[in-house]
Design a protein around this ligand. Structure first.
Ligand SMILES: *[C@@H]1O[C@H](CO)[C@@H](O)[C@H](O)[C@H]1NC(C)=O
Ligand SMILES: *[C@@H]1O[C@H](CO)[C@@H](O)[C@H](O)[C@H]1NC(C)=O
Length: 300
């Protein structure tokens, strides 16, 4: 046990202290951190990988078993580690429960259960909290970390998001709320390029037609495996939209194209998934004339 604590202290705690008390992080660890972020990002916001979340997760679990012993000693979270005098104590628990690197906080499948967003160190840019038991996002959770660029809350139990929880994050580019229990979308910040709300309980009442209208930089919009009955307005910038496995029964001439402008070409949008919906796309030939390729879905 003493060895475990010592390991924990030297492997996690000392590097964290070094990173948070100055910018003299070596080039090596900076490189390492960048590659971690890149790998994570590719997994997180790549829909194809996310199609088998459970099995992926289990694989990750068994592979991680050894290292997670190191990162989470049985007696970790409470009074076992002496707080150093010169540090801000309020930041300690998060970085003992989670792995903190400069700018990034990784809290994945945290033990004991994480049921709320932890206090994030100032200037956190990347926050990963996948597969925990977070139920609610409050307006305070991210109020002091306006530096956030990516938040991944995939696989929690979130059903409630307070007004303003995300909308003030002016630098936020990627947000995943996939595999939660949302019935209603939160207000989204305008710089988003990627938004993932696959596998929720979003119906048409919870997703206003204009919900994405102001997101002029949005590229990827994932709303698959919900219970949507209508297609929300899709910003011009969007390249990929996933609406498969919803309850959509109709497509209008304005859903993707401009009903009154037959010369309009929608050049950005090149991947539309509509499979797994009741709608028969062949009934709406005039709805896709502006697209370079037809949506994936039922045609007869
Ligand atoms: C799908 O839509 C139909 C009406 O078009 C409705 O009766 C049905 O309950 C909906 N299914 C779900 C799962 O919401
Ligand atoms: C087409 O419809 C849009 C929205 O309904 C409107 O803003 C636009 O002026 C119309 N264009 C023409 C040429 O009628």
């Amino acid at each position: 046990m003493t060895i475990l604590k010592w390991l924990f202290f030297t492997v996690i705690f000392v590097p964290w202290l070094a990173s948070s008390s100055g910018k003299q992080f070596s080039r090596n660890s900076q490189l390492r951190q960048d590659s971690v972020i890149t790998n994570q990002g590719n997994v997180l916001f790549n829909e194809e990988v996310k199609l088998q979340p459970r099995s992926k997760r289990e694989t990750a679990l068994s592979v991680d078993q050894d290292s997670s012993m190191l990162f989470q000693p049985a007696d970790a979270p409470d009074d076992s580690a002496p707080p150093p005098a010169e540090e801000d104590a309020s930041e300690l628990p998060t970085c003992l429960l989670c792995v903190c690197l400069t700018g990034s906080v990784y809290c994945e499948e945290v033990v004991p259960d994480m049921t709320a967003v932890p206090t994030l160190p100032k200037e956190t840019a990347y926050f990963y909290a996948r597969y925990n038991k977070i139920k609610k996002i409050t307006a305070k959770d991210f109020a002091d970390t306006v530096t956030l660029r990516r938040i991944d809350l995939t696989g929690n139990m979130i059903s409630d998001i307070e007004d303003g929880a995300f909308s003030k994050l002016a630098m936020l580019e990627e947000l995943s709320l996939a595999e939660n229990r949302l019935v209603k979308l939160p207000m989204l910040p305008s710089k988003l390029t990627s938004f993932n709300a696959n596998f929720n309980q979003l119906g048409t009442k919870g997703v206003k037609a204009t919900a994405f209208k102001k997101l002029t930089q949005l590229v990827n919009l994932f709303l698959a495996d919900n219970i949507l009955e209508a297609i929300p307005q899709i910003p011009e910038s969007v390249r990929t939209i996933h609406l498969q496995n919803n309850n959509i029964t109709i497509v209008s001439a304005d859903s993707f194209c401009k009903g009154n402008d037959t010369y309009y070409i929608r050049s950005n949008l090149n991947e539309v998934r509509m499979d797994g919906n009741p709608v028969i796309l062949a009934k709406y030939p005039n709805s896709f004339t502006c697209l370079k390729s037809l949506p994936i879905g039922k045609y007869h």
